[in-house]
Design a protein around this ligand. Structure first.
Ligand code: DAT
Length: 177
C-alpha cells in the first residue's frame, strides 16, 4: 500500500445519485485535507476528451490523457475522485470506493430537473436499476474497500458523511501506528 498522508476516495454512482453533493460536504468535514476533483469538470476544463457526442450530450473521454493528468495528484494522495466511471483508475491509487445508490423514481426526478434529454434519463435510470456501476466497482476493486450507500434523503447524506469521516479517522490511526 502506498505511503500517503491522506487517502484517495473514489466517490462513484450513476449521475444524479449525489456524488458532488457528498464530495463537497466530505471535503469540508474530513479530518485530513482532501481535494475534491470533479472528474467530469476536469475533463472539460483541460480538454481531456476525444470528441463530443451530440446524441448523448456527453464527452468521449481520452482515458490516457486523464490518467496522465491525475497521476501526480494521485502520487500525493488526499483526493476525492468524483465520477460516474469507476473502472479506469489503477487499483494502487484507490483506498476506498463509495458507490452511491438511489431509488430510480427519485433519480428520474433529479435528472429531469437537470434537463437531460429523455434518452439520457432513461439510460441512466436503467443503469441504476441494473446496478451497473456497483458491478463495475466490484469487478475493478477488492470487495473489502467498497462501501455502497443510499443517497435519497438529507439524513442519508449526513449519516453517509459521518460514516466516511469515521473511516478516514480509522485509516489515519492505522497509518500512525
Ligand atoms: P451527481 O454528482 O451524482 O450527479 P449531485 O450531487 O449533483 O449528483 O446531486 C443531484 C441532485 O440530487 C442535487 O440537486 C442534490 C440532490 N441530492 C443528492 N443527494 C441527495 C440526498 N442524499 N438527499 C437529498 N438530495 C440529494
Amino acid at each position: 500500500m502506498p505511503n500517503r498522508l491522506a487517502p484517495i476516495i473514489l466517490l462513484t454512482g450513476t449521475p444524479g445519485t449525489g456524488k458532488t453533493t457528498h464530495a463537497q460536504l466530505l471535503a469540508q468535514s474530513s479530518p485530513v485535507p482532501l481535494r475534491h476533483i470533479n472528474v467530469g469538470d476536469l475533463v472539460k476544463e483541460k480538454c481531456l476528451y476525444e470528441s463530443y457526442d451530440e446524441e448523448w450530450q456527453s464527452y468521449v473521454v481520452d482515458e490516457d490523457k486523464l490518467l496522465d493528468d491525475l497521476e501526480p495528484l494521485a502520487a500525493e494522495g488526499g483526493l476525492i475522485l468524483d465520477w460516474h466511471t469507476c473502472d479506469i483508475f489503477p487499483e494502487r491509487w484507490i483506498d476506498l470506493v463509495i458507490v452511491l445508490r438511489c431509488d430510480h423514481t427519485e433519480l428520474w426526478n433529479r435528472l429531469e430537473k437537470r434537463n437531460y434529454p429523455l434518452k439520457k434519463i432513461q439510460e441512466n435510470n436503467e443503469s441504476e436499476i441494473m446496478q451497473t456501476i456497483s458491478d463495475e466497482a466490484r469487478s475493478s476493486y477488492a470487495e473489502e474497500i467498497i462501501i455502497e450507500l443510499r443517497s435519497e434523503k438529507t439524513e442519508d447524506l449526513e449519516s453517509n458523511i459521518e460514516r466516511i469521516v469515521e473511516w478516514i479517522r480509522a485509516w489515519k490511526e492505522n497509518r500512525e501506528q
